[in-house]
Write a protein that binds this ligand. Sequence first.
Ligand code: SF4
Length: 323
Amino acid sequence: MPTPLYAASPSRLLAYLECPRRYRFQYLDRPRPTSRPQRAHTSVGLATHNALRDWWDLPRGERTASGGAALLRKAWIETGFRDDDQSGRWRSRVGGEVEAYLGDVDPDDQPRGIERTVAMRTDSLVLNGRVDRIDERPGVDGPELVIVDYKTSRRTCTEEDARTSLPLALYAAAAWTMFRRRTLRVELHHVPTGTVAAHTHTVESLRRKLDEADSLARDARKADASYRELGVESPSFPPLPSALCTWCDYRAACPEGQRMGPEKSSWAALEPGDERRTDGERYPEEELLEGTVRLGGRAGQPEGWGREDDLGGEPGGSVRRAG
Ligand code: SF4
């Protein structure tokens, strides 16, 4: 039998890294423990992403900054706010932010992809995820792709954030694989301030990120196997209490996390001083392929998924490590 590969989005890999217990709650336990209702900052993130996505579908004459603000107002989600007044103030505020951000976006420069699903396989992992925007821009030796990720938290992004982001690097490798076009630059577009934090990877740095993802996938795959054998008695899912526990959607099922302090309110991330967790999940994980899968031969391999030799075009070899 071919070796089972582990299929995951970057979110799933990071969930296992951050807290194996939360990973178990979210991805393995069925029925899944009840998670808390959506928070206001997640509503802000969803509405912003939806407006920025739909802006590219507007007729060219309506693809204006004010047209984007109108989309935001239409896409607004009331869930999680303290009251109507708070929701209304944030709707107006975020509409202004979207309008200012789009004022610097060329409406004729159609991206190569918008909320595009990308996927690739490595030694241990079938990686799949969705990229907010993939731009095509002139490079030294021809057009190159750029991974763009929208951020809506109150905290501005730094170049260090872009450099160290595992999801951005994995998306770059996957986009390179699928489009067969060099993809080294990753950008965090902070919509509230209109600032861009960017990093240009090297083939080596992408390779290191892929190795990191492979290592995480191997650990998570082993943990999944242990869960299949032992269920909730498996020792592979210890709680990792931290400051994140005050935000955790599953803390009601986790006594260790509850001891880390009182739960944050639904709107806490919108308030000054509580800015660290304001991006939230944007895409339902169920839409992406998850878990352990077998990809022996060609069966079940969607068109466009790359193998290691699909990452060619770079002198010195492919992004995947040989051997
Ligand atoms: S409350 Fe904390 S320890 Fe418990 S599952 Fe959530 S993140 Fe993990």
